[in-house]
Design a protein around this ligand. Structure first.
Ligand code: COD
Ligand code: ZN
Ligand code: ZN
Length: 376
């Protein structure tokens, strides 16, 4: 029997307040309104940004359904939706692409004005939610919310992908892989023969290492305080790895020494801490080095950068979703994966049923996983 046009009751992992575990509860998911799409989720990855909400580092409105790295199938569409139809395999997009606002039109822009990244408003564009639990409104997360059997997103926050793509793998194209890989390819524009340093070797950092390698970097130095991350980093392309805890001097000085006093051409901060953002900037060549901030620092944190670090010619820049225009690029990244232009296997260390979500987060919090993928 068709569920189109009806409220769907299903299971979702809801967070009622920070620093509490997910509780799997029954929620009601309203039908999609005009220009909205209701999606049945098939697989969703566990990303550190979701954990930043649990820890309280990033502030959002509660209760909330997290999750933003997923694959699903369109269940039904609202009036006026033209780019997807029921039955399509799709990836929800935490950075939308409306195609009409100034960043969407500008060739260099990718942060569509419809994004809820940073504001964390948690509601649809009409100020309401499609989720409720026992009559109480439940917020969405970065226009996606994928830790639920069904979600509703705006049409600009969903991309149709190859029907043959394996959901438990290509879900990583919805966040971790694309964010890190694109930071190297699009945001830094790493050149062949260059030297790179990647601070933080989680799923996103390893993807940045893969991007540096694909761009032809000849040296890729991985930096992490957890040495257990080093074998995987070397497997995906790091030529050497260093642990800041093994040195008395600051890690930026270590990296300057490792590059005969020059500093690296490109550095990437993929942790989300202001001290490592400054260390990454200081590690790159004083005259032409570029440092790319990928990690989001805690809400309201501030960073003081000595102007002398910049005046000599260093560039400090940031990136969201690896600079990709999401709706155009995600289907292409999925076809590149299907054509074996890159692999996602090294990033996926665990898969588990959706109701084991708290175990997935514990593995991330204890540094034992790169990516856990929840299967619905
Ligand atoms: N020095 C060196 N390494 C460190 C330090 C430190 N002081 N502290 C932690 N680390 C290492 C950890 O051991 C870990 O290996 C790594 O840093 C971080 O990896 P994960 O697995 O925790 O995180 P990822 O790769 O899933 O995500 C990292 C982000 C920086 C992308 C994430 O935390 C974040 O800030 N996201 C928001 C920004 C963004 O664009 N998000 C897009 C949606 S995710
Ligand atoms: Zn993410
Ligand atoms: Zn837009």
């Amino acid at each position: 029997m068709s569920t189109a046009g009806k409220v769907i009751k299903c299971k979702a992992a809801v967070i009622w307040e920070p620093k509490t575990p997910f509780s799997i509860v029954e929620i009601e998911v309203a039908p999609p309104k005009a220009h909205e799409v209701r999606i049945k989720i098939l697989a969703s990855g566990v990303c550190r940004s979701d954990d930043h909400i649990l820890s309280g580092e990033l502030k959002v409105n509660f209760p909330i359904i997290l999750g933003h790295e997923a694959v699903g199938v369109v269940e039904s569409v609202g009036e006026g939706v033209t780019s997807v139809e029921p039955g399509d395999k799709v990836i929800p997009l935490f950075v939308p692409q409306c195609g009409e606002c100034s960043p969407c039109i500008h060739p260099k822009g990718n942060l569509c004005k419809l994004n809820d990244f940073g504001t964390f408003f948690g509601l649809m564009s009409d100020g309401t939610s499609r989720f409720s639990c026992k009559g109480e409104l439940v917020h969405n997360f970065v226009s996606t919310s994928t830790f639920t059997e069904y979600t509703v997103v705006h049409e600009s926050s969903v991309a149709k992908i190859d029907a043959a793509a394996p959901p438990e793998k290509v879900c990583l194209i919805g966040c971790g892989f694309s964010t890190g890989y694109g930071a190297a390819i699009n945001s830094a524009k790493v050149e062949p023969g260059s030297t790179c340093a990647v601070f933080g070797l989680g799923g996103v950092g390893l993807s940045a290492v893969m991007g540096c390698k694909a761009a032809g970097a000849s040296r890729i130095i991985g930096v992490d305080i957890n040495k257990d991350k080093f074998p995987k980093a070397k497997e995906v392309g790091a030529t050497e790895c260093v642990n800041p805890l093994d040195f008395e001097k600051p890690i930026n000085e270590v990296l300057i020494d490792m590059t005969e006093g020059d500093g690296v051409d490109y550095s990437f901060e993929v942790i989300g801490r202001t001290d490592t953002m400054i260390a990454a900037l200081t590690s790159c060549n004083m005259n032409y080095g570029t440092s790319v901030m990928v990690g989001a620092a805690p809400t309201k944190s501030e960073m003081t950068v000595p102007p002398g670090l910049i005046i000599t010619g260093r560039t400090l820049k940031g990136t969201v979703f690896g600079g990709w225009k999401s709706k155009d690029s995600v289907p292409r990244l999925v076809s590149d994966f299907m054509q074996k232009k890159f692999t996602l296997d090294p990033l996926i260390t665990h898969t588990m049923p959706f109701d084991k979500i708290n175990e997935g987060f514990e593995l991330l919090q204890t540094g034992k996983s790169i990516r856990s993928v929840l299967i619905f």
